[in-house]
Design a protein around this ligand. Structure first.
Ligand SMILES: Cc1cc2nc3c(=O)[nH]c(=O)nc-3n(C[C@H](O)[C@H](O)[C@H](O)COP(=O)(O)O)c2cc1C
Length: 358
């Protein structure tokens, strides 16, 4: 069974962080209670607060603390509770410190290279929190490991390798995604495993690797484990669970999506992403730009005066179930998701399948 630095999960499954508001304490706690790692997305957790647009930092950090507390309560000592924090967000350092201090078991960072992550945690009180980058290439893994080694004398506690079939922001060029030129996840995983070896030797540790993006069945879990992964990170399938923190309307939209409804979008975060074709994206294609009505300064590189649209507004509309105005991130497998399940049923199904195979 997966053990990361002495911490035990009974399942080799991480539920991927999903922002805004899709994976909060309810979903993350339920996954942890079953023995996996449940992950809260720190992206604008305070979106329901009255003062969110006036004081996003206060609203987000307060709600992040509350969601971690809720997840830990639901987990009741089983599994692990992680927080996903995007490097590209302007509140990244404060969210890291809040997550560590609130007692999260793990901090997982993507959407940029978390080169300074161990330094940010050193200032928080919880120094035992597990630290993991999300990478989409061997080169990114090497860059992060070298920096953590040189500047902080440590290696990552585990690594998530995210391939081109994932939902949300993607660490590939738009052309690679559109032309099907991105490397297969299995190949990227092998490259990352090779890059981690010198650091495993230096620090006399194993760095577990979890693969993400398009993992759907227990057969997939078994295949990746047989190919050298310690486990998988799955996100899209968890949307169709009763415990997912999004609105029922959001879940209905995802359940009704067909494989051909998926497209690659450009995000103000500066990376491409995968989302459902929707009225918002049609309007954007026709108009070129939908000027933001207000701004919470959420993304470091976003220029409100020229951004094609406000991603925070679009993701908040989505999680609340507004089909007309929402941006609906999804993995490439969304069209295969047909049934609402409880988290324990989904995990049982996956685990029955992979245990039978292995
Ligand atoms: C709705 C949605 C929102 C997501 N939000 C985030 C996020 O806030 N931060 C992040 O690092 N990854 C995010 N992701 C990526 C997932 O955590 C995960 O790695 C990926 O989707 C796995 O592929 P799968 O959805 O095919 O299982 C998101 C994915 C989805 C579907």
């Amino acid at each position: 069974m997966p053990i990361i630095k002495g911490r035990r999960m009974s399942l080799p499954i991480i539920q991927g962080g999903m922002g805004i508001g899709v994976s909060l304490g309810g979903l993350a706690g339920s996954v942890a209670a079953c023995g996996g790692m449940g992950v809260i997305s720190s992206a604008n957790t305070g979106f329901r607060e009255k003062d969110f647009w006036q004081n996003p930092l206060r609203a987000n950090l307060q709600c992040l603390r509350d969601e971690i507390k809720k997840a830990l309560r639901l987990a009741a000592g089983r599994g692990l509770v992680g927080v996903n924090i995007m490097v590209a967000t302007s509140q990244y350092p404060q969210a890291v410190q809040t997550a560590a201090e609130a007692g999260a078991d793990a901090i997982i960072c993507g959407a940029g290279l978390p080169l300074d992550l161990p330094g940010l945690v050193a200032e928080a009180q919880n120094k035992d929190v597990l630290l993991a980058p999300i990478v989409s290439s061997g080169k990114a893994a090497r860059t992060i490991c070298r920096r953590w080694d040189r500047s902080f004398g440590r290696a990552p506690d585990f690594v998530v390798v995210e391939g081109a079939e994932a939902g949300g922001h993607l660490g590939f060029k738009r052309e690679e995604l559109l032309n099907g030129e991105a490397k297969p996840l299995r190949q990227i995983m092998q490259e990352v495993l090779a890059e981690l070896q010198p650091f495993e030797a230096k620090y006399n540790c194993r760095i577990p690797v979890y693969v993400a993006g398009g993992v759907y069945s227990g057969q997939d879990v078994a295949d990746y484990i047989q190919a050298g992964a310690d486990g998988v990170q799955i996100a899209t399938r968890f949307i169709a669970t009763h415990e997912c923190d999004a609105s029922p309307e959001y879940k209905r939209i995802m359940l009704e999506a067909k494989p051909e409804d998926v497209q690659i979008v450009q995000s103000p975060v500066g990376m491409p992403g995968r989302a459902l074709k929707s009225p918002l994206l049609e309007r954007l294609a026709a108009l070129g730009r939908i000027a933001p009505e207000r701004c919470s300064r959420c993304i470091s590189v976003c220029q409100p005066a020229s951004t094609p649209y406000c991603i925070t507004q679009a993701l908040i509309e989505a999680v609340q179930g507004n089909w007309e105005k929402g941006l609906f991130f999804c993995g490439s497998n969304v069209g295969r998701v047909r049934k609402m399940l409880h988290v324990d049923e989904l995990l049982d199904e996956l685990c029955r399948e992979w245990r039978l195979i292995l």
